[in-house]
Design a protein around this ligand. Structure first.
Ligand SMILES: *Cc1c(COP(=O)(O)O)cnc(C)c1O
Length: 612
């Protein structure tokens, strides 16, 4: 049976049972059951499911692993961490996160003023806040206000000018002064598509010369005691452990040198983020080469070693991993609304009395195909189709002939799939790569999987049910935008096989997993498809609750966000109806009511099971 690599990427959070994919927690509901329950309320289109218990699982793992490692190496530094808000700033995610964060004293990281405002409003009082990114005076002022609120806040300096702004702010605001962190520019860098944040040419951090200057400046102004943390971040989704170790050695030595220079309150090394997530669902592909245990062991061991060598205190360890914490909490459910080959049914076949010989031959292949001849006939029919399409281009056959060709070839494909699916599944898959089924999904790839569009990042995908049957169609996935980039085409390096379903008889949904990090905020409103309807699934003793249901924006709200004047739009629509001389008065009223209803619906397709 095909399991879509669930054991590899799901980390036991999801399982396949009774032909359905189920949440491996609490009452173990199937995703199909949850989806149907949500659709019962009339909601159509894509749905983003959030699972807070999976956020907790990740935070718990992070803390437990670091605690285990520090204990086993008898390491005296403490561990703490924050969540970088840029990975997911959506309110229902943040609400669950800070609720779970309380018991761990897990904080928030902000990279812009707006993110800092989120942290200042929602962070748990004793948990840390870190501020990264380029800062103006207003952002520094916000940090001082946060310190006055009582937050344990650290401002990480990216350049000397920011430090000068802080010194100015100290004069204005006085105590309490936020902790000061220095972002160091490492010689080493990460690898992979997200590894642009480290390295000597990176956008961020102070060079060695600037570090020395910064320490002098702090000393001169009598605030060296505020300098608590050094920070680096070598990139996201670090696929190999090697670069992490290299960066740690460099950072550990910088830490020790700075301590020796008199930075006596410097006690924290902030490793930034970068912990990778396993996105691959295919057997021989692996996106990361280490486990969280290996990662934590290496960090603790290396820092212990360097501290001993250099005769300094073992530093506290601080991380800002975001992808690792958020990715697995969200799943995108996309309804399949069409299989393109479904129109090719026998009842549409309109053979003539006299058919072109190749079409006659196709018909005979179709009638006589059996298990033994299936592969051969399938190849023959594909060749015949090529020839017949050429004949059409040259004007030798007509449109009816062309339609008959397409129908017959698809009927042969379907019949051979039926004949081979038990006996020769591997060969069938091989042949199939030439004849794919196209699945039209009610979602926007630009909105919901922007990293696929921008970086070719693949996400695990699987159907919600039929998992007790072998999928027989090699699948290309199309979204509903009018853009040819809105497609995940079949790729034999990452083959996806789906079921041949009759959408007039059953619904079929695909789920994209690990979409909880970065995808929501990077999502684009191409064709004005906005954030999908979202629902939080929260488990309790009796099962689960669906809460925080936020339906995808309605058409008027979408236009309002683009700064359209809604009154103007509505009065124009109204007068266009009133002025039309194509409709009579009663009809005008009815049309206007209908239009008003439509303006209040979301922009995704509103389709249900198609009855024949
Ligand atoms: C983006 C970023 C992170 C989070 O990185 P992940 O790969 O999501 O863990 C952490 N710290 C800083 C400074 C960042 O810019």
């Amino acid at each position: 049976m095909v399991d879509y690599g669930i054991k590899k990427w799901s980390n036991d959070s999801f399982i396949i049972k009774d032909g359905e994919v189920k949440v491996n927690f609490g009452s173990k509901p199937s995703l199909l059951e949850i989806t149907k329950k949500i659709r019962q309320t009339g909601i159509r289109g894509p749905i983003l499911l959030r699972f807070p218990h999976l956020i907790k699982k990740q935070i718990d793992t992070l803390y437990k692993e670091f605690q285990r490692a520090t204990k086993s190496f008898d390491y005296s530094g403490k561990f703490s961490a924050v969540f970088p808000l840029k990975v997911n700033q959506f309110p229902n995610f943040v609400a669950s996160l800070v609720d779970i964060a309380k018991e761990y004293n897990y904080g928030l990281e902000a990279g812009s003023k707006a993110e800092l405002v989120i942290a200042m409003a929602y962070n748990n009082k004793n948990a840390p806040i870190t501020v990264n990114g380029f800062k103006d005076r207003a952002m520094i002022n916000l940090s001082f206000i946060a310190a006055k609120m009582g937050y344990n806040i650290t401002v990480t300096i990216e350049g000397l000018n920011e430090l000068e702004e802080i010194l100015e702010a100290i004069k204005e605001f006085g105590e309490p002064v936020p902790n000061i962190g220095l972002r160091i520019r490492l010689h080493s860098s990460g690898i992979g598509i997200w590894a642009k944040s480290g390295g000597i040419n990176s956008k961020f951090g102070l060079t060695s010369t600037e570090l020395l200057e910064a320490v002098e400046l702090l000393k001169k102004n009598g605030v060296l005691d505020r300098f608590k943390m050094i920070h680096f971040h070598i990139g996201s989704q670090i696929s190999e452990i090697g670069p992490v170790k290299k960066a740690l050695r460099e950072a550990g030595n910088i830490y020790a040198e700075l301590r020796k220079m008199g930075a006596k309150n410097l006690s924290i090394i902030n490793l930034g983020g970068g912990l990778a997530v396993e996105y691959s669902q295919h057997k021989n592909l692996q996106t990361k080469n280490y486990t969280i245990s290996e990662f934590t062991n290496d960090v603790v061991f290396l820092l212990k070693e360097i501290s001993k060598q250099k005769g300094v205190n073992e530093p506290d360890i601080f991380t800002e991993s975001g992808r690792f914490v958020a990715a697995n909490h969200a799943i995108l459910i996309a309804p399949v609304i069409e299989l393109f080959s479904q129109e090719y049914s026998e009842k549409n076949l309109k053979l003539k009395k006299e058919n072109p010989p190749l079409i006659q031959e196709l018909y005979e292949l179709y009638k006589s195909i059996n298990k033994n001849s299936a592969i051969e006939y399938l190849h023959d029919s594909l060749d015949h189709m090529e020839s017949l399409l050429t004949l059409f281009d040259l004007g030798y056959i007509d449109l009816q002939d062309r339609s008959n060709t397409e129908i017959l070839v698809h009927l042969i494909i379907k019949k051979s799939i039926e004949l081979l699916k038990e006996s020769n599944y591997q060969e069938l898959k091989r042949v199939q790569d030439r004849v794919q089924e196209r699945y039209l999904l009610n979602f926007s790839l630009f909105q919901s999987l922007p990293d696929f569009w921008g970086l070719n990042q693949r996400f695990p995908v699987m159907p919600l049910n039929n998992l007790d049957k072998n999928p027989t169609r090699s699948a290309s996935l199309w979204d509903i935008t009018c853009d040819s980039d809105g497609e995940i085409s079949f790729d034999s390096s990452y083959p996806l096989y789906l079921h041949d379903v009759d959408l007039t008889k059953e619904e079929y949904f695909l789920a994209f997993f690990l979409v909880g990090a970065y995808q929501e905020i990077l999502g684009m409103k191409h064709n004005l498809f906005t954030h999908p309807t979202e629902v939080t699934v929260e488990f309790n003793e009796n099962g689960y609750n669906l809460k925080n249901i936020v339906e995808s924006q309605n058409i008027l709200d979408i236009l309002y966000d683009l700064d359209y004047d809604l009154n103007d739009i509505q009065s124009r629509l109204k007068s266009n109806i009133a002025d039309s001389n194509l409709i009579n008065k009663e009809e005008k009223e009815r049309i206007f009511e209908l239009l008003t209803l439509l303006l209040n619906e979301n922009n995704y397709l509103k389709v249900s099971l198609k009855k024949e």
